[in-house]
Structures are given as structure tokens and as C-alpha cells.
Design a protein. Sequence first.
Length: 82
Amino acid sequence: MTAVTTDDKQQIKEIILDILELEEDEISETSLFVEEHDADSMRLIEILSSLELNFNVTIEQADMPRMVNLAGVYEVVSEAAR
């Protein structure tokens, strides 16, 4: 996997919706997890861990600051899969 597919994006979104306890219409690709959805550091780590398990990738903790919204997560997962 070198780039996230539409199916991958949907799976990523569902993981994040579940962890942040949001409905699909409450999140956009650019809405900020912490500022707009009240995500704390534990939830962000849970997102990272769940993505690693579901996509069989290793995401460096140094990439976490880029994972502020769906667009950032898509990019990080795509890079980790290369």
C-alpha cells in the first residue's frame, strides 16, 4: 500500500469517529481533533495505536503532531505504508 484508497480513508474515518465518539457529520477532513473535537493525548495515542494495528504499519511518535485532522492522518498513514 503506497497511498490510502477511498476504502482506507473510510476505515480511518470510522476508527477516529469511534475513538472520538463522534457522528460522521460532525467531522471533516480539516476539522481539528483537539481544538474542535476535544480529543486529549490519550485518545490521540489510541488513534495512533489503532491505525497501526488495522493497517499493519508503524507510525513514529514524531509524526503525531501532523495527525491533527483526517487529512493529516491520511498523509501519515500513507507515508508509513511505503
